[in-house]
Design a protein around this ligand. Structure first.
Ligand code: KG4
Ligand code: ZN
Length: 347
């Protein structure tokens, strides 16, 4: 693997859900290109991601997206040192498209293949600009499919501290948006509506699962919003149709406040348990400004203050920069996959 003194370039590929993405990153930090083909329009009418539709769109887009990423980065196959691909967790029939493409490119170019855990890659987005982590560090990853707390030693050494026992945080945002008749995808719509609402209008319960738990549960909160809108027995008429824009904004703001309250309090609990000096935040829900602000307040008010590292907004939702960046650290550590690599739904 001769790099002739030039930086190590990793091509990253991401197809775990509804974004087909490719990126070239040099030395794990310098983003040379990032291409994301979003399928939002395709799934909008279903109000959620349809796996078969996602997979077919990935098949159509994967090679054009990879070519564009290479072109924009101004590199050819000779300057690519490894191909990194997210192979878990995610929708298997979506992941398989990226994994197959990465295997083909790795074989064709004679370059090593690197398997990436999509969640660990989300965490890497928060470390993009960071040379060294001040330890101990706790990481909160909040996405459409997962909600996890990790004790984070390095980009490659993570220990799971807690996770959701039912819905993921992003999933709750998406479902509540649907209940309120807000546009898909729900997270950004809830945030926008909530900005005009009163977060104290409705006192939705915060599910903490006991004093010591670091796990999350969001399905009760989602159901509380549903009952608020349709009545306890679900037989009442759907109040949403007759709610004013202000009332909808109040429900959105109250839901968002409850969800974020739990995320921040659990992160604080985890940080306290390991005496964290650093708190990391990544995943699609990390794009939410209220969550970012509340976590910052939590970190600033700790004694001594904790350092907060948040993924840049454009790298919160699914992208391949995070895959290529983490791929670099696995490259340096010699952690390569082979052509038997398979997609895995869990992770
Ligand atoms: O990380 P991501 O792109 O995909 C998964 O790995 O799941 O996360 C997507 C999730 C969706 O549930 C979306 O509604 C949520 O992130 N999201 C947000 C915001 N932007 C995206 N949730 C709350 N506020 C936002 N601004
Ligand atoms: Zn994701």
């Amino acid at each position: 693997m001769e790099t002739e003194g030039r930086p190590i370039n990793v091509l990253g590929i991401e197809t775990s859900c509804d974004e087909t993405a490719a990126a070239v990153v040099a030395e794990g930090r310098e983003v040379k290109s990032s291409v994301v083909a979003s399928q939002t329009k395709l799934h909008e009418k279903y109000g959620g991601v349809v796996p078969e539709v996602a997979s077919r769109a990935h098949i159509e887009k994967i090679y054009p997206v990879v070519s564009e990423a290479m072109e924009r980065a101004g590199v050819g196959e000779r300057e690519i040192d490894a191909v990194a691909v997210a192979n878990q967790p995610g929708l298997t029939i979506a992941l398989v498209v990226g994994v197959t493409a990465a295997k083909a490119l790795s074989l064709m170019w004679g370059k090593p293949l690197i398997a990436i855990n999509h969640l660990h890659a989300h965490l890497q987005s928060a470390m993009l600009a960071e040379e060294r982590l001040e330890l101990p560090a706790v990481a909160l990853i909040v996405s459409g499919g997962h909600t996890c707390l990790y004790d984070c030693e390095s980009p490659l050494e993570l220990e799971l501290m807690g996770r959701t026992i039912d819905d993921a945080a992003g999933e709750a945002f998406d479902k509540v948006a649907m209940i309120l008749g807000l546009a898909y995808p729900g997270g950004p719509s809830i945030e926008m509506a909530a900005a005009k609402g009163d977060p104290k209008a409705i006192d939705f319960a915060r599910t903490m699962l006991g004093r010591d738990s670091l796990d999350f549960s969001f399905s009760g909160l989602k159901t509380a919003v549903l009952y608020y809108c349709r009545g306890q027995d679900m037989k009442g008429e759907d109040r949403v149709a007759s709610m004013s824009e202000q009332e909808i904004a109040d429900v959105a703001a109250s839901f968002q406040a409850a969800a974020i309250d739990v995320l921040v309090r659990k992160t604080e609990r985890a940080a306290g348990r390991i005496g964290a000096r650093t708190v990391l935040l990544g995943g699609g829900v990390a794009a939410n400004s209220v969550l970012r602000d509340r976590l910052r307040e939590m970190c600033d008010s700790a004694e001594p203050a904790r350092r907060l590292l948040v993924a840049p907004k454009q790298y919160c939702t699914d992208n391949a920069v995070m895959v290529a960046s983490l791929g670099y650290f696995k490259y340096k550590a010699g952690l390569f996959a082979d052509l038997t690599l398979e997609p895995k739904a869990s992770g």
